[in-house]
Design a protein around this ligand. Structure first.
Ligand SMILES: [Zn+2]
Length: 344
């Protein structure tokens, strides 16, 4: 894999290629941006490029180091290329812990064993507890020239300012729907499915590539049940509770992401209802396969209430992005929805 095999974020890739070409790659970097936009894959290609025997500013994918690093990634463990390591949250933990940073520190000052550069990719860097962050900080203060530390984060505001100030920050943006559609079509997905998948995956390329059509349809059907329940006057809390089981699975980021996807789909159903309610062209629907049901809801809600619905969903999405607190979101959505109802 080379940089051009990763979709989107051309600006980030261009900056990295330029720094590689000039041999001016910073030793401490923070890649921040939402989930599934290619931060980890970009970091891996960068690790390959820093050790590649054939190319200066990219990964050739063919030489020994490129292959070994790629193989190490596939096995999802270190070993094949000991100089490149990914540090992830351990299975029995919810955050990066101090032991992992101590281990990193012990290795960061050792010369590369087989390659030119040591690369440590620290995933979920925003989950680091203070002790771990302080241990990391010590390395970032004086990193050895042959070591590169790449922190990945979906939530850079949770990273200590002292860490941020020592890193070159590279911001990754969501992949546009068009780029996701294009990537899917290149992989043989029919255009209408590619379009719907892009909408459902909201800028998350990784999810778009991984999800199969049945799963996409199941998510839409879920969102549709939610949407028609809301439009029919069901309390959002009851509907949201159905999603609560996701919390049991552990990571808050997953719940937050799940809710964000749900809210996005609700907003798109709402937008389609407004379009139909205002006599718009059905050819512009994002959900043409729901046209009949959407027409029915559009006439029941009326344009004013459908628009208020979209406003409500956008506010809920903004609050979810900010704190992702499930209980608070449920309460505020319910209160706002009831208020909107009373305003009728
Ligand atoms: Zn190579």
């Amino acid at each position: 894999m080379a940089f051009h095999d990763i979709a989107g974020n051309g600006h980030a890739k261009a900056i990295l290629k330029m720094a590689l070409g000039r041999d001016r790659m910073p030793n401490s970097m923070l890649f921040c941006g939402p989930r599934g936009v290619g931060k980890r894959r970009t970091a891996r290609v960068l690790a390959q490029a820093l050790n590649c025997l054939n190319s200066k500013d990219d990964a050739c994918g063919e030489c020994g180091p490129c292959r070994a690093i790629e193989a190490g990634n596939r096995k999802n463990k270190r070993g094949s290329f000991p100089d490149v390591q990914e540090i992830e949250i351990r299975e029995d933990k919810t955050e990066i812990i101090i032991d992992q940073m101590r281990e990193l520190r012990a290795q960061a000052y050792l010369k590369p064993m087989v390659g030119r550069r040591r690369v440590f990719i620290v995933t979920a860097a925003d989950t680091m507890e203070d002790e771990a962050a302080n241990a990391l900080l010590k390395i970032l203060e004086e990193p050895p020239l042959f070591t590169h530390i790449i922190l990945l984060s979906e939530n850079s505001e949770k990273i200590l300012p002292t860490i941020k100030s020592r890193c070159q920050i590279l911001t990754f943006l969501p992949i546009s729907d068009e780029e996701i559609e294009k990537a899917l079509q290149e992989r043989g997905v029919p255009p209408d499915r590619a379009r719907i998948t892009a909408i459902v995956c909201r800028g998350n390329m990784e999810k778009a590539l991984e999800m199969d059509w049945d799963a996409i349809q199941a998510e839409r059907r879920n969102a549709w049940d939610f949407f028609s329940g809301l439009a029919g006057g069901t309390d959002p809390a009851a509907l949201l509770r159905r999603y609560a089981y996701k919390r049991e699975s552990g990571k808050r980021a997953a719940v937050k992401d799940e809710l964000a996807g749900l809210l996005e789909m609700l907003s798109i159903f709402g937008r389609d209802a407004v379009l139909l309610g205002e006599g718009g062209d059905p050819g512009l629907l994002f959900n043409p396969d729901f046209e009949m049901e959407l027409r029915e809801i559009a006439s029941r809600l009326g344009p004013g209430r459908a628009l208020r619905f979209i406003g409500l969903v956008h506010r809920a999405a903004a609050s979810n992005d900010k704190n992702g607190h499930f209980g608070a979101l449920t309460t505020s959505l319910t209160a706002q929805w009831l208020r909107a109802d009373e305003a009728q």
